[in-house]
Design a protein around this ligand. Sequence first.
Ligand code: NAD
Ligand code: WQD
Length: 337
Amino acid sequence: MAILVTGGAGYIGSHTCVEMINAGYDVIVVDNLDNSSSESLKRVEQITGKAVPFYREDVRNKEAIRKIFKENQIEAVIHFAGLKAVGESVREPIMYYDNNLFNTITLLEVMNEYGVKKIVFSSSATVYGIATEMPLKEGMPLGAINPYGRTKYFIEEILRDLYVADSGWCIALLRYFNPIGAHKSGLIGEDPKGIPNNLMPYISQVAVGKLEKLHVFGNDYNTVDGTGVRDYIHVVDLAIGHVKAVDWALQHTGCEAFNLGTGNGTSVLQLRNAFVEATGVEVPYVIDPRRPGDPDEVYADATKAKEVLGWTAKYGVKEMCEDTWRWQKSNPNGFEK
Ligand code: NAD
Ligand code: WQD
């Protein structure tokens, strides 16, 4: 029996493959490589010493997905495949709805056909929309403020409806906070195409000399030092959260959301300073205007994941910075040689 990992060549998917294999699972990956490289899977094989069967397919292609289910004994799916850039989703909403919603619906149809009713879905803290209270708890009201966020919110609703219609399913909606860091080996990590949108890859590309300086988006927020506060989580902790969610899904039925965060908030300048301290490399910065739509603070209450899944994040910001840097300095151009 195997676990199908959609989007498994990507940043979180590749780290999750490593942890799933370490936990004794067989994984099969399907990815169209739109935002990744098959080199990441070779590195997963190098780290684990296990072969990772790979299908280069789009999850919207129903016949291709059927073929994967026909050729393999799949007992559960971890569904990462999708587009994830907030700004791009505002410019190209149809592309986001087309990919994220249709790939999920196609996948669910094929899973139903084959009687595979266990799914772990990559949701996001973005489904809380503009929250008025912190930390965020799973029972708080949901909403979304951009097309990307709405795709996550709509998919959660679809999955909740599916469970109402058929209580034989087990669905884990994992709401990630801000994943950063890389595997300790330095062999896999985040490899954004073009100029990074997110803070940590931007910092590490300044450190490696690919970008000139960090642009801090606003220093007049209602936070510890005026810069935005987020709940950064080490990608390996996040990956282990998926292992725990699969363990849980294989033993239960239900539809449950789980926050995967550390519960700790870190500001932009705190993260930049922690990176400089952990690596000894300078990261020059300037203060720029706020980025539209950015909230002051976002952090998780991750008690439910601890109580139900037996999961808590282990790594702190120092390790997140050290591990990001190990990956970035040994792979300045990501997976491209
Ligand atoms: P990523 O882009 O590195 O990985 C996504 C993978 O899915 C890529 O390898 C891409 O090629 C593949 N893909 C996209 N559309 C596909 C399709 N139709 N068929 C097959 N493959 C397809 O992104 P990531 O950071 O690893 O994120 C994984 C998931 O987690 C995404 O669903 C994302 O929305 C979600 N998420 C990410 C973050 C974050 O900050 N990185 C936060 C919350 C949620
Ligand atoms: C973090 C902080 C910025 C870049 C996004 C998505 C969210 C989720 C994770 C998928 C903020 C500041 C950033 C820079 C900066 N993705 N910043 N200079 O916005 O919390 O979350 O990624 O689900 O949906 O919205 O993450 O890393 O972009 O920003 O000052 O160059 O860093 O203003 O305060 P964010 P981020």
